[in-house]
Design a protein around this ligand. Structure first.
Ligand SMILES: [Zn+2]
Length: 131
């Protein structure tokens, strides 16, 4: 079945009218905001994809913060296999704004987006295989 990202805590989900048509949803500061125009017209697999995608961005933020906190405490998590991708996430935060401003191809190639898209697609495929 779908993967449990282990996210718990104070996460909010909101729905906004009037977001750009290019934005289906976004994650920021423990909040996933969905474009209500997208949700009112999207097919179920696309909705699920957006949910999984934004949840993975929440996961990326949480695990990046844990990684940074541990490094600051002197714990060498950068050598641990479970944190292998996290340094990629942190690097990608650094280029996210410029990648997004450069165009859709570079936005899509940003490693935060790449991994969120891969996660969402794999989870939707898992659900589709059991329906
Ligand atoms: Zn994204």
């Amino acid at each position: 079945m779908v993967e449990d990202l282990g996210l718990e805590g104070d996460f909010r989900i909101t729905f906004t009218h009037g977001l750009s048509n290019d934005t289906l949803a976004y994650y920021k500061d423990h909040r996933i905001d969905y474009n209500d125009a997208f949700l009112s017209t999207a097919k179920e697999p696309d909705m699920l994809n957006a949910v999984f995608h934004e949840c993975f961005h929440a996961y990326q933020e949480v695990v990046s913060n844990v990684y940074t906190d541990l490094l600051e405490q002197g714990v060498r998590v950068d050598k641990m296999p479970d944190f292998e991708r996290v340094s990629e996430y942190i690097d990608a935060y650094g280029t996210y704004a410029s990648d997004s401003a450069t165009g859709f191809a570079s936005y899509e190639a940003n490693r935060l987006e790449y991994y969120a898209r891969a996660f969402a697609e794999s989870q939707v495929a898992k659900l589709a295989s059991v329906i």
